[in-house]
Every structure is written in structure tokens, then in C-alpha cells.
Design a protein around this ligand. Sequence first.
Ligand SMILES: *Cc1c(COP(=O)(O)O)cnc(C)c1O
Length: 364
Amino acid sequence: MKIMPNRMDRGFYMFQNELEEKALSVLRSGWYVLGKEVTSFEEEFATYTGAKYCVGLASGLDALWIAFRLLGIGAGDEVIVQGNTYIASVMGITINGATPVFAEPDEFFGMDSAEIERKITPNTKAVLVTHLYGMASRMDEIVAICKKHNLKLVEDCAQSHGACFHGKMTGTFGDVGCFSFYPSKNLGAFGDAGAVVVNDEGLANDFKVFRNYGSEKRYYNKVVGANSRLDELQAGLLRVRLSHLNELTAEKCAIAARYDKELHNPLIKLPKVAPGATCVWHQYVIRCERRDELMEYLNSKEIGTIIHYPIPPHLSEAYRYLGHSEGFLPVTEKLAKTVLSIPMYNGMTEDEQTYVIDAVNSFV
Ligand SMILES: *Cc1c(COP(=O)(O)O)cnc(C)c1O
């Protein structure tokens, strides 16, 4: 049986009729960028997360860098970010000329609040938390530290649509919650798309102005902005998917529950969710000291797996200028050598799950 790490086609066929009807209605409407679908999606996604406002943007990276820009963070400022995140989180900081200060993650792959305290300097202006793999980070302590030190708090929720800490949704703990709707994400569009959620009306308005060349009134430009608009087709399709997001999340949780229960190979560590947190299983990430052999073994059984991520941002060529070298973040670097994401997607059949479970359990 051939199993790919992800099957985005399955996610389409699940709601094919609804998606095709929506696409046709947008195509026939004659209005394609920033319109009724975008406004409706923004209202619906704000309601879903429990935030007051949502502003649609062109991508998750745009959500991040525009967030730091509008919070006034730039050259000379430091932002604390966990070392084991996707590199886009870091780019959101450095595009503005600010400096990323890397912190080690906790045992749940999340931001470790004790590390934040250790990394604070007089130049620290903000903390960026990534809810990696769909697991909410432990936000109570993080929020308290940010308040105590008067730091801005931005959340990278590109992998955590719907994940909660103590019943509150990720994206709503700090100043800005940044979302990506890249097709492989838990709430995926059919192209690039992103959004922010915020509770401050003025800040929401700043995002709306910035995304459209800094213009509120046509041809009157208040600030030097960007073109980061969400289009009607993606917004319409996202509305269809959002209306099913709870079922989609429940399906992923059921697959994860089977993995938790039935994977029992002493060479493999299973993921743990922090107390008080929920996980929406963007990825199911196991750890193995002989990770590369395991990957090869699964590959020989036609099971595709992915490493999220093989090179931590502080060691990537793009960030060589920061001057970090191997050994700077031992926990993060160890994760990069041992993590493996096994197949986890909506529409994964029970037979496919069983095949993956048997294969992982048979690795010796
Ligand atoms: C996908 C992702 C992003 C970037 O989102 P894009 O929409 O691809 O720009 C940022 N951070 C994390 C953690 C991601 O997984």
C-alpha cells in the first residue's frame, strides 16, 4: 500500500460539491479581490477564534511581518522566538530589521517560559510563540511574563487553527494572532492565503489599510503599505472549509488517538500534549534516535514521511549572518536530528492507519 505524508486531494473530494458551487459563484460574480466573501470570512473566522476582529491577508508570512511592522518593531529591537519553529516565523521578525533571539522549546515542542525570562535584555520588545504541529503552547506563564516585562506578544498559529489552552483559542492570547491558510494547513485554501486576529479596533484598521498599499480611501495613501490582499475565491472556499473545520479536526484527533494507543515501539517516542492544552494534529511527530534509518525503512514500505524541520533556522544559510553555530541550541538541534512526521491527513482510511501503525511497530 502506498501512503503519502499528506493527501490534499482527499480534503477536496470530501466537500467537492460545496467547493465547486462556491468557486462558480465567485467566478460568475464579477468581483475578485476584497469583497463580500472576504468580509464574511473575516467575520466568521473572528467568531470561530473568539477574537473581535479578523483581517484577511495574502499569506501567513505576510501576517507575521506586517504584525511586527504595525507593532512598531524594527532595527535595534529583539524578539524572542523558539529555535524549533518553521523559518517563516523568523523571517517575519528579520524582514523588519529586528533581531531574533532564539529560545529552546519545552518537552511539548512549545515555547518554554523559563527560557523567555533568561533571554530578556533591555532591547527585548516582543515574544513570538509558535504553536508547532498543532499543539497549543502553555500560554498562562507566557502571557504573565509578557505583561510583567511589558513585551508585545505575537502568536504564529499557522499550524494551530482551533487549538486551545485552558479553553481559549490560540491566536487570542496576545496582541496579534497570525494564521496561514496554505493548502496543507488544518484550515487550507486552494492557493496562498493568511489572516490576523486582533482585539484592538485601531490595530485591525491598520492591517486593513496596510494590506492595500496603505490606502483607506482610493488613491489616498496614508502609509507605505504592501499588496497583501485576500482574494474572493480563496475567501469563499475558506468559508466552506471553516464550516466543516470542527469535523475535520475531530477526524485528525481520532487518527492521533489511534496512533497514541496502538504505536508501541520501544525505539520511538510519541508526542505529548502539554497539560491544559489541546492539539489539532497538524502533524503527528514521533522521535527516534535512528530517525534516518526509520525514515528509510518506512520508505521501503512505500510510506512517505517528512522531517519538520531538518535544519533549524539559526543554522540555515539564510541566517548565517547572525553568527550562530552548531551547539548553540542543543535541544532544538537534537529535535532536528530525531523528529519525524508520519502520515496524518483528513480522509486517511482505517486501513491506511493500520498499515502505518504496523510498519512503525515492526521497525527494529
Ligand atoms: C506555514 C507556516 C508559516 C508561513 O505561512 P505561509 O502562508 O506559507 O506564508 C509560518 N509559520 C509556520 C509555523 C508555518 O507552518
